[in-house]
Design a protein around this ligand. Sequence first.
Ligand code: ATP
Length: 723
Amino acid sequence: MGCVSSKQRPFRRKSTLASEKRSSRFDSSRRVDEWIQPQVVFDRSSSKRDAKDSKLIESEMLSSNRFCDHQVEKILENPQLAVHDQELRKVPCPVVKPGIEPKLDRWNSIDSKVRLIEFEKLSSKRLSDHHQIDKEPEAQAVVPQELRKNLSVAAAPKDTELKQVVSAGWPTWLVSVAGEALVDWAPRRASTFEKLEKIGQGTYSSVYRARDLTHDKIVALKKVRFDLNDIESVKFMAREIIVMRRLDHPNVLKLEGLITAPVSSSLYLVFDYMDHDLVGLSSLPGVKFTEPQVKCYMRQLLSGLEHCHSRGVLHRDIKGSNLLIDGNGVLKIADFGLATFFDPKARTVALTSHVVTLWYRPPELLLGASHYGVGVDLWSTGCILGELYAGKPILPGKTEVEQLHKIFKLCGSPTESYWRKHNLPSSAGFRTAIPYRRKLSEMYKDFPESVLLLLETLLSIDPDHRSSASSALQSEYFKTKPLACDPSCLPKYPPSKEIDAKLRDEEKRQRPEKQERQDSQGRRSHERKAIPPIRANHSLSMSMDKPYLDLKSRNESFKTFKEERTSHVPVPEYPNMQTRNNQSGERVSYSGPLMSNRNVAKSTMYVKENAPPPRYPPSRVNPRVLSGSVSSKALLDQPVTNQRRRDRRAYTRADTMDSRHMTIPIDPSWYNPSDSKIYTSGPLLEQPSRVDQMLEEHDRQLQEFSRQEQKAREDKTDKCEQS
Ligand SMILES: Nc1ncnc2c1ncn2[C@@H]1O[C@H](COP(=O)(O)OP(=O)(O)OP(=O)(O)O)[C@@H](O)[C@H]1O
């Protein structure tokens, strides 16, 4: 391994010095770089660096651990800055005055629950204790003993490993929350990357395309937003890292590294760069998926899931936009921000039911289950399979109640034995005298037999009947012709994320000129010009080849879809979500379905209201979102990212508002709110007054609906009598 230059020696000496000092109590006023110094080792043989690069790296080793977050950002934009330490020092830093070393004051001064852990405490008490900062039951979920032997990283590092982690230069706050994931790893330095353009915007992250200068390849850098003062945000960030470090499979996005520095509180996750996601790909103009292609994607999805489940990981947010596809057609499951560990044998640890994007959320979670397993990911997979063949989302509910209603209408009401077996918290309000009959095969009679068979299994109401990813891979679906093709045989598509980013850049470049022109044309109009959509507005129904569907049935299925939608109380029109740009001209992340027509987009806005809890919630709350009088129009006017950037309080509120947005009439004989104490899932119901409010509102809506129906009936009778 590495060659150590003479310039590194002082580090070694300092490092020894530092370890001596560690035996004394940690003094926060002491310079951080005196306390912990990174032991940097480079593998020069494997890199293609020239002399200039070596200088860059050496210089970076000397100085990067003193960079503040702002300077780290600057290095990522221009790695050459790191060569000239003095130059970098000239970069104005809003946080740190030149010459003054940043300290971890913020981390030190925060809530006692999450204090900076002193080294000796850390090694004697062990990291696992410190993970108890998590109060949510799900976060205490541990890796089952029998699974640990399969894991490359032990659940809690040994003392020796801990020492290595700390001396590798990881910031202490990260060691305290994700130490086990950092064993045998060293942080990557910002100056070994060159940030190119922004390619994605998640709710709690920004994703950039970047060049890895060390390995000379293109990567994706996901900058995660979290706040060291906010334990929840740190916890979610840490869990994503811990989970991803335990996974290693061609169909699971691999966490290649982390960019951070001992004194930095910003963090970048390094991933292989992926050209597409399934939603983006399906909406590329002219793209038509063939059946072997769909099977190829489904096989890869199930293989990735099989791996996650075998390692005790539930993804809990399987949807098209989290399935990334590279230039060679390889699909990888991404975004483990909501993932958790589970014990397949003993389901003793309670998990939150408030996970999975609404349209892909299984009935047991909607009914508030807190003990569940692989079935949740399999249900979402079934929804994706159905969507790929139907060309539209198969269960596009707008509220949790409506979602459950749609599920029962399609998949049948749960049986008495289901209710008895699962004993779910919110079951009371949803048990009906006249149950819905299962209509899946009737509804999708045009699907090939083997597709229907798999769909029937994956969309079983009882999660125990959904079987497993492994058995789905063994199903007739993958044995029936046309067989799944190899990813390498798939058509090559232009890298859609890059195209999007280029279009955005172009748009940004042109905007000031346009703005100037507009301004010079007169300041009469205060209207903000709509930014043209980046992607064409194609739905999957148009983009998938369906040789098994004749024209008649295509029209019929379209008619059913139209009827389904028009039977709903009208929803106001608003711009398409997927192609919608935020005010800065960036394409916002799309968490909805695999199709993107206007009607579907409408639903998605509501889905956003139901989106899973924030992973890295910001500390600020958008007062507009919090306002009780906020109209749906007001919500719709906001860029999606803003909508979802809420802290837990705001999120709880938004979900409570869910019932107010309920524009779809629910059959009162099916759902009886007076019978139900709870209809949303657990964590939303912290404040009983809100629940009362919500139920009152629900009652009011139902009464209003009955009144309207009654009136319509009377009008009809009157008309009949007159004629
Ligand atoms: N390795 C990658 N290569 C290319 N694009 C990526 C990569 N990882 C993530 N992205 C894109 O970046 C965006 C946000 O990523 P991600 O979903 O991981 O963030 P998030 O904050 O968890 O988002 P969400 O709000 O959807 O849950 C998505 O559009 C995704 O397609």
